[in-house]
Design a protein. Structure first.
Length: 267
């Protein structure tokens, strides 16, 4: 399935770059097309360390999932999960809690096709197509309700996702997620930042993403912090992801400081 034989799942638009396929290429994957690789090349002109950033982001995901699992979280919803890759949420969570339930959510049909194939024999993990802009579709999807018990705490992952929301969308979407989660639930998020980076580089990257169906918005620390409204950030708070509970047993690449990240709990 893919570019070589000209076959791919129904609904895939190969005329425009896909954020999920671009991220797959950042991580060295093969589930992407020339249009995606061309977009990544334009991003790399402004941000040469983009692949390093993607690996750094995955390392944060692993640490955040381990942290939640160590706090007793046994069910996770990974929103905007992207294509399957090594060190997936279910693999990390199930190292600590073998029966942990994980639902992967993405709106890219490639993710659905590959995810279902990868997870076909895992009764504790599912993949579903939904869009984070419609939290009800995420939370009420049959694959979600089959595995997630909303009477018990849930871990929500929005890794490199909130920066695709406009400022106008933020309150409604994050508010719906907060309202649906039981007390004791956690949310983890990373978000690109303008802080400490050249304005021209930020504009060039935003211009590339405007050519996709999913524009990106770089923000300052105070603006990113608003995505955690109603939740209590755990230490060390909202920081560049290299500074969030580094793990010498699972080292991340050298810091790029392009991403803020945090984990917060609903009290």
């Amino acid at each position: 399935m893919g570019e070589q034989d000209g076959t791919w799942p129904t609904g895939i638009d190969v005329s425009k770059p896909s954020v999920a396929r671009m991220y797959d290429y950042y991580l060295g994957g093969k589930d992407n097309f020339e249009v995606d690789r061309a977009a990544v090349a334009r991003v790399a002109e402004a941000m040469p360390e983009i692949r390093q950033l993607a690996q750094e982001n995955r390392a944060f995901l692993r640490r955040a999932v381990r942290f939640m699992a160590q706090q007793g979280i046994r069910q996770f919803i990974d929103i905007g999960s992207g294509l399957p890759t090594a060190g997936n949420t279910h693999e990390i969570a199930q190292e600590i809690a073998p029966g942990a339930h994980v639902v992967y959510i993405d709106n890219d049909p490639v993710v659905l096709a590959h995810g279902r194939a990868l997870l076909a024999t895992d009764d504790y993990t599912a993949v579903a197509t939904a869009d984070m802009r419609s939290p009800a579709d995420v939370l009420e999807h049959p694959e979600t309700t089959k595995l997630i018990d909303f009477d018990a705490p849930v871990g929500i992952l929005l890794i490199a996702m909130t920066h695709f929301l406009t400022a106008e969308e933020r309150s409604a979407i994050m508010g719906q997620l907060h309202a649906a989660l039981p007390v004791g639930s956690y949310i983890a998020a990373t978000h690109v930042t303008v802080d400490g980076h050249p304005a021209e580089a930020v504009e060039q990257i935003e211009a590339v993403y405007r050519s996709t169906p999913t524009p990106i918005y770089f923000r300052e620390h105070a603006e990113v912090l608003r995505f955690f409204a109603g939740f209590d950030l755990v230490r060390p708070g909202l920081v560049t992801i290299d500074a969030w509970r580094p793990d010498p047993n699972d080292p991340a690449p050298e810091a790029t400081r392009w991403l803020y990240g945090g984990v917060a709990q609903k009290g």
